[in-house]
Design a protein around this ligand. Structure first.
Ligand SMILES: [Zn+2]
Length: 333
């Protein structure tokens, strides 16, 4: 018996599949609800290397559905807490954790040698960026989502299957977001379970076994639907090599509205980092272990040493952008 005997005994995977799995490298964007389960599943399964990107900190409100974290992790960056937990689960897996936004420029060095991209995010903007990156690099990726009672899984094999942009010619609004719709942990588990199985097929060298469908499962009501994805849509930009969602990296400031009335702010690569010592002099500023916390016009900013920030109290990108710029100008004076 070895550690993976029970996996190898499952004939469709087998010892040859397990061996390929152990040589594989996965990049996971977002280690919140679905990302936690995806990471744990693949680390337990014994992949070779897992690279994680996540900027957020663990909050109490994450604990009902973000399986890698405990009360002790509150306030810590998710990427770091996840790495510690995953290392305790399987010390044989190489783990890389970046406390950073997943943006094309920042991700580039981490894409080399990656066999699969996984979506642990909660927004279409990042997913469309992943869809473009996957096609540009010819790396498979899996769209995974859990909203309310609904679990969604769609593997994308560039050049073979339909992609996210084939299905949605226009990027959908994140309408039924975590705030308006809520989310149940069993829906998270269902979505991540479907995607982890597809991930294992891809990594173990069985792409022909991949389920070429967008699967939609409602775990409360029992409703279900499948949409075939075995062919790309004629005229799909991403499938034709026109990557419309990678361009944001050159913007001076990249601001994304997130769930829970907040925005995420990322200065372009090469921007000089702010002087947190100067900003810390402002009334009401508080130095946390990972970031500077500062209140500005009713918005609570958490500013990281590299200038990236989270602004809580508004989902209005224009307002948050101008307040952030004003803070940075004061810092420069
Ligand atoms: Zn497409």
């Amino acid at each position: 018996m070895n550690r993976y005997t029970h996996q190898e005994l499952f004939a469709p995977l087998g010892a040859p599949g397990q061996s390929l799995l152990q040589d594989s490298t996965v990049l996971l964007v977002g280690v919140g609800a679905t990302g936690s389960v995806l990471a744990e599943s693949l680390v337990r399964a014994g992949i070779g290397e897992l690279r994680i990107f996540d900027r957020d900190l663990v909050e109490e409100g994450n604990l009902p559905r973000q399986a890698l974290y405990t009360e002790e992790d509150i306030g810590q960056p998710k990427a770091r807490a996840a790495k510690a937990r995953l290392a305790a689960i399987n010390s044989k897996v190489r783990l890389e954790a970046q406390v950073a936004d997943a943006r094309p420029g920042l991700m580039d060095p981490w894409l080399d040698g990656v066999d699969l991209l996984l979506d642990g995010t909660d927004n279409f903007r990042t997913r469309f960026m992943l869809n473009d990156l996957a096609h540009q690099r010819k790396i498979p990726w899996i769209y995974t989502a859990a909203v309310g009672e609904t679990a969604i899984c769609m593997p994308v094999l560039p050049g073979e299957t339909a992609c996210l942009e084939c299905l949605y010619p226009d990027m959908p609004e994140d309408g039924l977001s975590c705030d308006t719709g809520g989310v149940l942990y069993p829906a998270v588990l269902a979505a991540a379970a479907m995607s982890a199985a597809e991930a294992m097929k891809i990594l173990a060298g069985y792409p022909e076994s991949v389920i070429r469908k967008l699967r939609h499962r409602e775990i409360w009501s029992g409703r279900r639907a499948n949409l075939s994805t075995d062919r790309a849509r004629e005229g799909c930009p991403a499938c034709a090599g026109n990557y419309r969602h990678l361009g944001t990296v050159d913007e001076e400031l990249y601001v994304v509205a997130r769930c829970s009335n907040s925005c995420q702010i990322s200065p372009a690569a090469g921007t000089a980092p702010p002087n947190l010592d100067t900003l810390a002099q402002r009334p009401g500023a508080r130095r946390g272990p990972y970031a500077l916390e500062i209140e500005h016009d009713g918005i609570a900013f958490r500013i990281f040493p590299d200038g990236q920030a989270i602004a809580e109290g508004s989902g209005n990108r224009n307002k948050v952008t101008s307040l952030y710029r004003r803070l940075m100008e004061e810092d420069a004076r």
